[in-house]
Design a protein around this ligand. Sequence first.
Ligand SMILES: [Zn+2]
Length: 382
Amino acid sequence: MKFIFKVLILSCFFSELSALNVRVLLRENQEEPWHISSLKGVQLRDAGNKDRVFPKTSTVHALTIQKEDQYIRVNGKKISSKLMWIDPLDKYLTIDGKTYDGRFLIAYEKNKWLLINVIDSEEYLYSVLKTESWPGWPLEVNKGFAIACRSYLLYQLLSSRDRDSVYHIKNTNYHQTYQGIHDDKDLRQAVEETRGIFLAYNQKPILAMFDCCCGGVITAKIVNGMDFTKVPYLARKQACTFCKGTKLYEWRATYSVEQFTSIVQGSRDHVVHPIRGITIADKDKAGLVKKVTIKTKRDFFTITARQMNLLFKGVKSYCFSVLKRGNTITIDGKGHGHHLGMCQWGAREMVRQGWSHKDILQFYYPNTYFMQLAPNNHQEVV
Ligand SMILES: [Zn+2]
């Protein structure tokens, strides 16, 4: 396989991307108070006036922040600034039991209060790998995951400009799960050995989605909600067969009619009568289900495959069949996740067979190439 490896030369377009700080959205809930603490204390500063430390908050160890419409209350004291730094005096901040590194911002955007962690991108990636990769797996696999996560981050960072948002990426599985600091040495090595490297298409970082196990789905045939003209590298024509021997390649979930009815009832605002039958209403060429029709004693209705995936813990993907026989409903499926991009269990098997992480990435993201962020150009983003 041929690689095109380019060192990114600073341009106007990429200048803010080089060795950058990333702004990660940690909290956006408005109702629950945020509980923030630091061993040596914190300072709350007005971001528009660095010298202004809000009185009564300097060097306190714990802050309880309540959000109102146009202001916040910090330990009960009203503060009207819409952009504030929280500086932990020992560098670490604990938020609702999880500890984070870097700097922190409170920002008011689109009628919402946001809590944001500002952190070096490579440190962020190191943290993200703890939850997005498989600690303990071979280094070569985790190097591939590190590059995929970095590419995904840079894609979201550029997209955040279009959204005109104060943050770049969310800390949930809507983007990438991020739960703060850890000390896994192997993951540190995976990040260090791929420092700054990302996958590109048309000179831009790619949306490097990945899931746990693809189940052999050929992604080019997926038509459900995907616009492959924008992300052609996710339309893989060649099936991954490398995950075939794993538990998640094929799965089965069984429910009694009563169990199934009770779970479906949780998502409906009308009474679900005893279920008489279930059929797949619509699926695409890749075999991914779009809708399921449920027939009851009195009526019928449809639920989406996404709802099925959210409602039923045993339904691990969108590629499944359903059968009701007597009092038992059996759902047989393939894969775990959304079936797009890299297949993690497949990648692990490929490493076992001797593939390099670069070969693996180019298999799962066809027609992409590697680029690298220019080093030694740290910039403050805020
Ligand atoms: Zn696979």
